[in-house]
Design a protein around this ligand. Sequence first.
Ligand SMILES: [Zn+2]
Length: 248
Amino acid sequence: MKGVSVGTPFFLYHSGCSGRGSMDQRLQETLIFRRFCGILNRPGQFGSIEKAGMHMNSTTVLPQGYHETEHINLQTDKKTALRINITALIVMVALMVLGHFAFCPIVTLYGESGGALASLLRLGVLLAAYFAYIILHELTHAAAMKLSGGTNLRFGFTGLYAYAGSEKDYFNKAAYIVIALAPLAVWGVIFTVLLLLVPTEWFWVVYFLQIGNLTGAAGDIYVTAKIIKMPRDVLVMDTGVEMFFYTK
Ligand SMILES: [Zn+2]
């Protein structure tokens, strides 16, 4: 998935990877994910790719009869990119207002608690964690691509945004929805759990990360909303910078 920036790193769209657990735990998570993809991939449900009698989440060969029907490039489609960024900005401000009035005053982030050094530490951790999150968001997309059978993953960073994608894999509808929303879901759960655990003075550090997770996924949500309306046999190629949709 490509990342789009509004001009400030705070709006970098996407990044990701699941938490580290024991080998058994990770194996179990992988199996659960595969089963989940399998359910979504049931023939006729959300579309699937049939290859040698098997229903696949992805293929490297465009099946016969398919042709490109749509194309998204948010670098060239500046109008859509701007619309997505403005929506993300409005959501960010709304979430900040909600956080300040409903959960915890923002002054706890930089205020008196623990003195100036502690405040600086919190701001430093927030900045470092956010940059780590950008990379982790992309790794989560990549992990979901890999689990959906992706074979040619690539990563990049342009200075304005990070991306993960593949230039050779075509994903079916269900698999691609999972790929697009994986970071939002995985990190949404992780940050929500952390929000419940951290002491008050660290609330806004994690809350900002959660806001970054939600607003940073604006591009992913946009793409998901688009693909949901497409035919169920649609195939998707996401190079990390551009997306191509193919139907019969
Ligand atoms: Zn993303």
